[in-house]
Design a protein around this ligand. Sequence first.
Ligand SMILES: Nc1nc2c(ncn2[C@@H]2O[C@H](COP(=O)(O)OP(=O)(O)OP(=O)(O)O)[C@@H](O)[C@H]2O)c(=O)[nH]1
Ligand SMILES: [Mg+2]
Length: 346
Amino acid sequence: MKAGLVGYAQTGKTTLFNALTGQNVQTGGAGKAKSNLGVIKVPDERLTRLTAIYKPRRTVPAEILFVDVPGPRTKGSGIDGVTIQALQEMDALAVVLRGFPALDATLAQPVRELADFEAELILNDLAVVERRVERLVKERSNDRQKAVLTQCLDHLNAERPLRHLELPAEDEREISSFAFLSRKPLLAVLNTTEANVVTPIPEDLVAACHDRRLEVISVCASLEAEIAALAPEEQAEFLAGLGIAEPASALLIRAAYALLDYISFFTVGEDEVRAWQVYRGSKAPKAAGRVHSDIERGFIRAEVMAYEEFIPVANEAKMREIGKLRVEGKEYVMKDGDIVNFRFAV
Ligand SMILES: Nc1nc2c(ncn2[C@@H]2O[C@H](COP(=O)(O)OP(=O)(O)OP(=O)(O)O)[C@@H](O)[C@H]2O)c(=O)[nH]1
Ligand SMILES: [Mg+2]
């Protein structure tokens, strides 16, 4: 599963990507038309607290894949085919909106950029749906798909993203192969100026995102890149100086994680404290399979503690004593923050 940093050209996507991944891809000017791919560790203060309790040899965070998708190469409006194709491959989109004056002093217009970008996604889907429906009508085939697509068509014609269209699972399957852009989970990221890092997000943008049912996050990509380059101790000091607890990139990563529909569970011990991702709604054997395929195959049961309940007690034996170490079977649906010990036999 991949989260794309997407949006128009020169909005700071690559700068942000570098800050997030610690890579050093060239930014500015004639950006390459190639996507950049990076693995990002998901910051999670629960992992820090579990590490303090278990003092393991190593601590391993969950990871997600980010892709820096270059903005459209074409001047003016319209997203070119190469960019569209790159967007199609993403599982979730974080649209980066320019909140700083451009090099040629063009003012920031994040609200307009967001509206334009979403309109592009909708128009693109509309073209795909129209072509397909036309063909199905001509061929007099696949009535089921035609019905679902007609519903999509009405929705798109009303300028609404397909994200807002609720479909039963069997209808969803009919259209999943189209990879509709306006159906992908979307997050708005305002790339603001350094002077504005602690100022609230402008009201008009908050309102626009609220109307679109989008979460919006504010970061200053160039500042994030500076922070990322500092040693850990210096980072804390730097953030304290700014009056913030953690870099905005941490927020962004967690938002992207949720956007991809991941939740975290933990395995703990003297050797390793580790966060693992599973899709929301996954059952215990699936989660076991993340750790090792043998554990999924030989799954017997899961011993589960809720993170929130564990922290005040901080002792497994005591948790068992007070009945807060649950034994769960194959049908158990994993919850975010579960601390799990899998029992299995191979
Ligand atoms: N003032 C300011 N400038 C920034 C910030 N982020 C990026 N820039 C500048 O904006 C220009 C474009 O940044 P990039 O990160 O290359 O933008 P991009 O979105 O990757 O651009 P494309 O790859 O062409 O789509 C560069 O000159 C950056 O230095 C920021 O937070 N503040
Ligand atoms: Mg770039």
